[in-house]
Design a protein around this ligand. Structure first.
Ligand code: HEM
Length: 401
């Protein structure tokens, strides 16, 4: 058995001689002992001047950041998008120009209602958010596994979420969508019925994240180099197929393994069984929009695939687990306003409300305006602008500006 070398005082030395592997404080000063605080005598009191102990506890005290106000429970994975069909006639977005080109991505799957530590198999909508690190900036497709949404106007969103989250007095039910407050909201919001039927179906208890569809939900626009614009709905079609569990199974799984979905994803990727989705587009023009039975800006309605077929233009492959859950899955900030040249918004009022909401909440959740400096949020293309300063600025102007 190896015995730790003794220091000058005869106590076991806790550190290696190798400076590269020596434990230090956050200031880089080597630490002799990080298990015993400095005391005035054998049994105390602890000395306030023990900055090593204070720094360790101080940092621990500040480990938590606010969880997301919705979609708090999620699981992120790296991957890439490969274009299989170029669409320059529809969009000048750089990502859609060159067949075979791979664009790095980060995808986060989530439930909506439960808190960060809630169970995976809640009967709930699943978020399906993908950040494409394109050569012309980050494009975030922040979608769900259900093609429509509960409401048409962003102003109702806080009410919707309050109704589905736990009641303010008792703090429950947690991660349960079918309860009195929610039914209250739905009964007063006829536009919510369509999505509620999807949500109460087996779609809301998927077998795993790997067997889910994804939808951009809103109508967006594709714009080509000449400025001509078409409407578009985005779809993710899982190559694994679509599978759900039944409620009886969901309840048992939640008890036996609340991490069932994240474990499934981690293990599949760890085993090299990379899940794939095709990116599909439903494209239509003003003439179709004018004659369609519903308003194409209404996110509570879908465009039937029989009327506008889904055209598959590329494939997403999820092929790498994160190195650090907090740094990547927790700190990633998807935002509907992150679009790139060639992809544009429509007048959908729900989408426009989201464009305000995500940046606003992330400024608080991530502690200031510089969260694009965090590696998971940073573009992988050149970035040049005159923004400066603010909390935790990592990328700063040099010279006179
Ligand atoms: C007006 C309506 C909506 C508002 C105000 C809203 C607001 C929010 C907010 C504040 C977050 C937390 C973001 C963060 O802290 O990073 C969030 C997350 C999310 N929302 Fe919405 N949302 C709305 C509608 C929708 C719709 C229609 C969809 C799907 C198409 C959606 C999908 C998501 C997803 C997937 C996330 C999680 C993103 C992640 O994984 O980090 N939301 N939303």
């Amino acid at each position: 058995m190896d015995h730790a070398p003794l220091d000058k005082g005869g106590a076991p030395r806790q550190q290696t001689e190798d400076r590269d592997r020596t434990m230090t404080t956050a200031q880089g000063a080597p630490v002799a002992d990080d298990q015993n605080s400095l005391k005035a005598d054998m049994r105390g009191p602890v000395l306030l001047e023990d900055q090593v102990m204070r720094e360790k506890i101080f940092h621990f005290d500040h480990e938590r950041i606010p969880e997301r106000v919705v979609h708090a429970r999620g699981y992120g994975v790296h991957g890439h998008f490969e274009l299989t069909e170029a669409i320059p006639e529809l969009s000048c977005a750089d990502i859609f120009q060159r067949v075979g080109e791979k664009t790095p991505t980060f995808t986060r799957f989530s439930t909506v209602a439960g808190n960060k530590g809630s169970f995976d198999l809640a009967r709930d909508v699943r978020g399906f958010a993908t950040k494409f690190y394109t050569q012309e900036g980050n494009w975030d497709l922040v979608g769900n596994n259900i093609p429509v949404f509960f409401i048409q106007d962003a102003m109702k969103f806080p009410d919707l979420v309050h109704s589905v989250k736990e009641a303010p007095d008792r703090g429950f039910p947690q991660a349960q969508s079918a309860h009195d407050n929610f039914w209250d909201f739905i009964s007063l919001s006829p536009e919510a019925v369509h999505m509620t039927l999807w949500q109460m179906s087996d779609r809301a208890i998927p077998r795993s994240f790997r067997f889910m569809e994804g939808f951009g939900v809103h109508t967006f626009r594709l714009v080509n180099a000449e400025g001509a614009s078409h409407f578009v709905k985005f779809h993710w079609k899982p190559r694994q197929g679509l599978q759900s569990v039944v409620w009886n199974e969901a309840v048992k799984i939640n008890g036996a393994d609340p991490d069932f979905h994240r474990r499934d994803m981690w293990e599949a990727i760890d085993a090299g069984d990379f899940p794939q989705w095709d990116l599909g587009i439903q494209v239509f023009d003003d003439a179709f929009a004018d004659r369609f039975e519903f308003d194409i800006l209404d996110a509570t309605k879908l465009i039937p695939e029989e009327q506008v077929p889904v055209r598959r233009i590329g494939t997403l492959t999820l092929d790498a687990n994160v190195d650090n859950f907090f740094a990547e899955t927790e700190q990633v900030a998807f935002c509907t306003q992150n679009i790139v040249r060639g992809i544009d918004f429509t007048n959908d009022p729900l989408l426009q409300g989201r464009n305000f909401s995500y940046l606003d909440t992330q400024t608080k959740r991530l502690g200031g305006p510089n969260f694009t400096h965090i590696p998971i949020n940073a573009p992988k293309c050149p970035v040049h602008h005159f923004q400066q300063d603010g909390h935790m600025a990592m990328r700063n102007l040099t010279g006179r500006g």
